[in-house]
Design a protein around this ligand. Structure first.
Ligand code: ADP
Ligand code: MG
Length: 265
């Protein structure tokens, strides 16, 4: 097999339990990430999505199974934005630069490092915001800043944990377009999401996870009532719109109440 075809990462029969958890977070998971692949991992809260990304980065011990990374593979990880401490007093450029200087004290980056940061900020249309405090950014700009940070290491595989949770529709489109562009340039991407219609349905490949892998393939093949029921443990309908699957919850009492109120009945 040529290097171009060789999997970037391969998980084989991975089982993973946290010491303090009740039962394993992942059970017998197989996953292969090929060069240039763009995969979404979907599943309910607590289904092991974040743990799966951590298995790929190698930051969580395995109970069983193995992870094989291509030799010298450069992986970048963009954590969920909520886990970030926004009171930390740094500018956008400093924050991006920290990824490179890895703990070395600012503000003494080399000229080459500065130029690299400027280039990556430009690439993500953040060029004018370098001197701003990170707190002043909009949700979409925050996401782009984290992607900028991740790109500084020239990764071959980019992992993003819930990259669009808590952002508005326009920002979501912005982030999706950016990721699509990066993937078009050859970057392999694995993201987690619980947004089936807004994100998952638009991706080329999905993995449905609930401790185990319950489905894997194109959205139209895995966003089916049967696979969704196995993954989420509740009944969902799937409609089609413009050739794309749309998932609807069959029963949401709170929505029913709201709609009744709105219609005055
Ligand atoms: P998701 O990202 O899909 O919400 P997680 O991977 O965060 O799921 O969590 C999977 C399971 O592992 C959950 O039951 C969660 O409570 C547990 N878990 C996650 N992180 C830890 C941890 N650091 N210590 C103990 N249990 C954890
Ligand atoms: Mg998570």
């Amino acid at each position: 097999m040529s290097r171009a075809e060789q999997a970037l990462v391969e998980l084989r029969h991975v089982t993973c339990a946290y010491r303090t958890g009740d039962g394993p977070a992942l059970v017998d998971v197989d996953l292969e990430v090929a060069p240039g692949q763009f995969t979404g991992v979907v599943g309910p809260s607590g289904s092991g999505k974040t743990t799966l990304l951590r298995v790929v980065t190698g930051t969580v011990p395995l109970s069983a199974g193995s992870v094989v990374r291509r030799r010298g593979l450069r992986v970048a990880y963009v954590p969920q934005v909520e886990t970030v401490n926004w009171s930390f007093p740094v500018t956008v450029a400093e924050c991006v630069l920290m990824a490179r200087t890895s703990g070395r004290r600012l503000p003494w980056p080399s000229r080459a490092e500065r130029a690299e940061v400027a280039a990556v900020l430009d690439r993500l249309e953040l060029g004018d915001l370098g001197e701003r405090h990170i707190r002043e950014l909009s949700g979409g700009q925050q996401q782009r800043m984290f992607v900028a940070r991740a790109l500084l290491g020239r990764p071959e595989l980019l992992l993003l944990d819930e990259p669009t949770s808590g952002v508005d529709v326009r920002t979501r489109h912005e982030v999706l377009h950016l990721l699509d562009d990066l993937n078009g340039d050859g970057l392999a991407i694995v993201l987690t999401t619980h947004d089936l219609n807004g994100i998952a349905a638009h991706l080329p490949h999905l993995v449905c996870l609930n401790k185990q892998v319950l489905g894997s393939g194109a959205p139209r093949d895995v966003l089916t009532p049967a696979v969704l029921e196995r993954t989420y443990g509740s009944t969902m309908d799937v409609l089609e719109h413009g050739g794309m699957p749309i998932v609807v919850d069959q029963y949401q009492p709170s929505n029913v109440v709201k709609m009744r109120r709105a219609s005055g009945s």
